[in-house]
Design a protein around this ligand. Structure first.
Ligand code: AMP
Ligand code: MG
Length: 429
């Protein structure tokens, strides 16, 4: 089993008390391992699952040359022999799914519907709207079409034997359709990840309990539930765990026994007086970081082992307690690590450039994730504006935002009109 010490020993400038974001991400990527279990599932159930094997096409798609338009199919040799206008005799019709049996000879054409198999000897289709004529003849200008136009070639989407989808791909709607177009009923996907999560902190109250003085409702567990649901993992919600060594030990052991990953929030700050950190260190190979970022500075990472049959234990992500810090650290660290554990190889969400509508104060030497709203301005540029209060406890700043402005480690102050990088929250598919 790889240890954290061996992973970080490869880094010459490793400093757990001022760890750059990129280094923390790299350590996590190196330390976590993809789960090995595989399941066969029907194509419809494979949406958002990670493909466990390459899918090769067993057929040509499309299986025949066919027409891309409603119109008339003919041999392109007719174009060479015609003067300004082409005039052909229509000898029949081919429908999608019902081929035309005959073979046109010189001077002949076949009426074709979109998707109809190209009649023998025909390689070109003139769309209906460029033609004149009657039931028996079709006429069109020779220059209205070139040889080979409006014909889809056999195997043009996928040639038999070619890789349709590669292992590690997270299946999206188009992929589900692609699998169906190959006639594939079932695919092998990685088994779902099991993720246990709980909140720590004696000030936390659950929904339904009275809110005593100085207490707050536990929101992190709900945010985590929602973020994890989007990833399609199996959830093990372990509630709020009291700041009590026995309760924490039981919680960590149960989680390590039953899950692939454990996510906690709270109790990892510097000078934290509770037992969370102690118990993490006691039960596993765990390191405590101060990451050069804002928000989300303190974080614990490693592996918790258990005495039970699951000797692998579970990877631990000990997130800070502040609600915005939970979301920021989840999206920028945990999500990528969980995707790797799920066996996904897809690249992460892309950063896109946007013009900052306002100045943004930023200190070099840490990565900042500011909550913002991006929209097209009247010049058609993507323009971004911060959502007011950026405190790491102000969950409203996440709720109102539609993107993060990602200010890189070395970056200094931003002037109004400068280009910044943004990470949009919502993707189309
Ligand atoms: P901590 O990291 O435990 O010091 O927590 C930092 C701040 O986040 C404190 O104000 C906590 O009350 C708050 N906090 C911690 N856990 C939660 C939670 N589950 N839901 C909402 N707020 C939390
Ligand atoms: Mg706390």
């Amino acid at each position: 089993m790889t240890t954290l010490a061996s992973v970080v020993s490869c880094l010459s400038d490793y400093d757990p008390n001022a760890l750059p974001v990129a280094q923390a991400q790299a350590i996590m990527r190196d330390f976590v391992q993809p789960v090995s279990g595989v399941a066969r599932v029907p194509v419809r159930s494979a949406l958002d699952r990670v493909l466990a094997e390459d899918v090769l096409s067993s057929i040509d798609v499309p299986s025949h040359d066919n027409s891309a338009m409603d119109g008339f199919a003919f041999a392109s040799a007719e174009l060479a022999s015609a003067a300004g206008e082409v005039s052909l005799r229509v000898i029949g019709t081919a429908y999608a799914g019902v081929a035309f049996d005959g073979a046109p000879t010189a001077g002949e054409a076949v009426r074709v519907m979109t998707g109809a198999v190209m009649p023998a000897g025909c390689d070109t289709v003139i769309p209906q709207e460029f033609t004149q004529g009657d039931a028996n003849t079709v006429r069109f200008a020779r220059d209205a079409v070139r040889a080979g136009d409006n014909r889809r070639l056999r195997g043009e989407d996928l040639a038999r034997g070619s890789a349709a989808l590669s292992a590690g791909r997270t299946l999206r709607p188009a992929d589900i359709g692609l699998l169906a177009s190959l006639g594939i009923a079932e695919v092998s996907v990685r088994r779902k990840l099991r993720v246990a999560f709980f909140s720590t902190g004696d000030e936390l109250r659950s929904i339904g309990e009275p809110l005593d003085a100085g207490c707050v409702y536990d929101s992190n567990r709900y945010t985590l539930h929602a973020m994890l649901s989007r990833l399609g993992v199996e959830l093990l919600d372990m509630g709020v765990v009291r700041d009590d060594p026995a309760a924490l030990e039981t919680a960590f052991r149960t989680a390590a026994e039953n899950a692939d990953a454990i996510i906690t929030s709270g109790g990892v700050s510097v000078g934290e007086a509770d037992f969370t950190k102690q118990m993490m260190a006691k039960l596993g190979d765990v390191t405590f970081w101060k990451i050069a970022m804002r928000p989300g500075r303190p974080m614990a990472f490693g592996r918790i082992t258990s005495d039970g049959p699951n000797s692998q234990g579970a990877f631990l992500f000990g997130l800070p307690g502040n609600p915005v810090a939970v979301m920021v650290t989840f999206y920028h660290f945990v999500r990528g690590a969980l995707l790797r554990m799920m066996g996904a190889t897809d690249a992460g969400a892309p950063l896109v450039p946007a013009v900052s509508a306002t100045p943004i104060r930023k200190r070099p030497g840490r990565t900042e994730y500011q909550r913002a709203i991006a929209a097209l301005n009247d010049r058609g540029q993507l323009e971004v504006r911060l959502t007011g209060q950026q405190g790491s406890g102000v969950l409203r700043s996440m709720s109102e935002a539609n993107c993060f402005v990602v200010l890189a480690h070395e970056q200094g102050h931003v002037n109004a009109g400068d280009t910044v990088q943004v990470l949009l929250f919502d993707g189309l598919v």
